[in-house]
Design a protein around this ligand. Structure first.
Ligand SMILES: Cc1cc2nc3c(=O)[nH]c(=O)nc-3n(C[C@H](O)[C@H](O)[C@H](O)COP(=O)(O)O)c2cc1C
Length: 180
């Protein structure tokens, strides 16, 4: 594929850096601009407090305001969106992002890490929030299990495994910079 890296945006939400590690592997292989989603008001440090806050936000449909601003969204043709699974759903900050920016006409590609329970409804919600976009097959793998005190795991052998899996996926969706 010959998509200019200038036209690729990689936006990710990450609390304990697992999804960030996947975002970095993607950038290494396809290029593009890497952007971390940050909130005006960050979630609590405490895991249980965060879980509770997210449950409430999901119930009420609250969209937390983003500190991150994307300049010139019109310049991007491909937008990777990365996030952990939270409460088996798309995390509220990514809902905010997809509500705030119109990705109509662009290719949108989700990627995810989770505690082993999968993506839940998150990929489906990305589809629903990007009605005018072309959505490609997403990527998911097991990351941390914050509930059990397991934080960043995409290092050592697991980082190699992640790199192999991400590359296979990028080839499958035909986004690798060059096919080997
Ligand atoms: C508030 C919250 C809710 C979570 N809910 C789920 C869940 O429903 N299912 C799951 O598999 N993992 C869940 N997790 C675990 C994360 O998805 C997992 O640790 C992921 O790798 C974290 O990514 P990060 O390091 O990029 O933040 C949750 C984590 C947090 C902080």
């Amino acid at each position: 594929q010959s998509i200019s890296p200038k036209k690729i945006l990689i936006v990710y939400l990450s609390r304990t850096n697992n999804t960030k590690a996947i975002a970095e592997i993607i950038q290494k292989n396809v290029g593009g601009t890497l952007v971390a989603l940050e909130l005006e008001k960050p979630y609590p440090e405490n895991y249980q407090a965060t879980v509770q806050q997210v449950v409430k936000e999901n119930e009420t449909g609250y969209l937390p305001p983003l500190k991150t601003k994307i300049d010139s969204m019109q310049n991007y043709d491909v937008v990777f969106v990365g996030f952990p699974t939270w409460g088996m759903q798309l995390p509220p900050p990514m809902k905010s992002f997809l509500h705030q920016y119109n990705l109509k006409g662009k290719t949108v590609i989700p990627f995810n890490t989770n505690a082993g329970y999968g993506v839940g409804s998150s990929f489906q919600t990305v589809k629903e929030l990007c009605p005018g976009s072309k959505i490609l097959e997403g990527f998911e793998m097991k990351g941390g299990v914050e509930r059990d005190g397991v934080y960043f795991v995409i290092k050592g052998e697991k980082a190699k495994e992640a790199e192999t899996k991400v590359k296979q996926w990028l080839q499958k969706i035909e986004l690798m910079k060059e096919t080997p």
